[in-house]
Design a protein around this ligand. Structure first.
Ligand code: GDP
Length: 329
């Protein structure tokens, strides 16, 4: 029988890769999109006419209940969030309502319409919830010390999901995902900023890349691999939470060198430090111990960082040449 998946945040990076995966597995995929943003479905490119869209205000509990009752989803993936962390300082309450409010309203809807025994729920948690860590690597048992409004909201949503699982016996899981990238990552994130600017330099549109802290390190993986972990969590025998990352740390400097290497350019000729991009308080190192996912879900990241950066650079070059995106000038 055809399974139905409901996705919030479907037009984001993860929404695209998850939809592609689920459509390939024969699912009926339905995206909940705010009514005023329905035209953003074009971001799904070739998938846009394969997924179905429901214009829904995620702040409206009544509408969410009606949609969940009508569609009787087998799986719900709650991905909606303003993902660029620094912006959450500008609107902490809006961030809380979108992230925590949506998770709470969806979980309540599942329970209230009597689908607690049927619908499986995935909550998009984030390694940002660990915040100022003093242990490395982190796993599912590491304490959380969120240090920005985005992370605090994600943590609240995470605990709300746990409470629903414990109290109402819902099959609900949380994937604590580390940074995951792709050619679909917005250029506000460092990987895409670097690949897009390097491609623009190669094509002669600009000659500098302004960066923040080159010594900052991250555990970067490929979004296409990470959505597979989300799906596997919901196919497991028991609902549990998982830290999803590669377990490898790389510095921003290494990332920059990889991108310029792909283009036969020496990064040191182009990169300048602009203090505007430095962030205070970056002494921690977020890196996953994904052993539980490997053991329980047989999940492992497939794409290396070098291959990922190569793919991003290649795509940016191609899209600039075809006039599909604007180069950095
Ligand atoms: P985040 O982990 O969600 O904050 O993802 P980002 O891609 O925005 O940042 C990853 C790391 O890159 C952080 O440690 C930043 O301090 C560092 N970084 C260094 N230079 C830059 C820059 O120019 N832009 C961004 N976005 N990050 C930078």
């Amino acid at each position: 029988m055809t399974k139905t998946a409901l996705i919030t945040g479907i037009t984001g990076q993860d929404g695209y890769y998850l939809s592609r995966l689920l459509l390939g597995l024969g699912y009926r995929v339905i995206g909940l999109i705010p009514p005023q943003r329905c035209s953003s479905i074009v971001k799904l490119d070739e998938l846009a006419d394969k997924v179905k869209i429901r214009p829904v205000d995620l702040r409206d509990a009544q509408i969410l209940r009606e949609v969940v009752e009508e569609l009787q989803p087998d799986e719900i993936y709650n991905l909606a969030a303003p993902s660029f962390v620094p912006n959450s300082w500008n609107d902490p309450l809006g961030t809380l309502d979108l992230i925590t409010g949506t998770a709470t309203r969806l979980l309540s809807a599942v329970r209230e319409v009597g689908l607690a025994n049927r619908t499986r729920f995935y909550q998009a948690s984030s390694s940002e919830m660990f915040g100022t860590v003093d242990v490395s690597p982190q796993d599912e048992n590491t304490s959380f010390r969120p240090k920005n409004p985005y992370a605090a909201a994600k943590l609240h949503a995470h605990w709300t999901m746990v409470h629903h699982r414990d109290r109402y016996d819902l099959f609900a899981c949380s994937g604590i995902l580390y940074n995951h990238e792709s050619p679909r990552r917005p250029p506000s994130f460092v990987t895409r900023k670097v690949t897009l600017t390097a491609a623009s330099i190669k094509l002669g549109y600009c000659n500098t890349l302004e960066m923040g802290n080159l010594d900052a390190k991250r555990d970067w993986g490929y979004a296409g691999d990470y959505v597979e972990a989300m799906w596997r969590m919901l196919q497991a025998d028991r609902p549990e939470d998982y830290a999803i990352g590669t377990g490898q740390l790389h510095s921003v400097r290494e990332l920059v060198a990889m991108a310029f290497d792909c283009l036969d350019l020496d990064w040191q000729n182009y990169v300048v430090i602009n203090p505007q991009f430095l962030r205070p308080d970056e002494h921690f190192q977020l890196v996953a111990n994904p052993a539980k996912a490997k053991e329980n879900l047989q999940w492992q990241p497939q794409m290396s960082l070098a291959a990922l950066i190569q793919e991003m650079v290649t795509k940016d070059l191609e899209r600039i040449k075809l006039g599909k995106i604007k180069p950095i000038q």
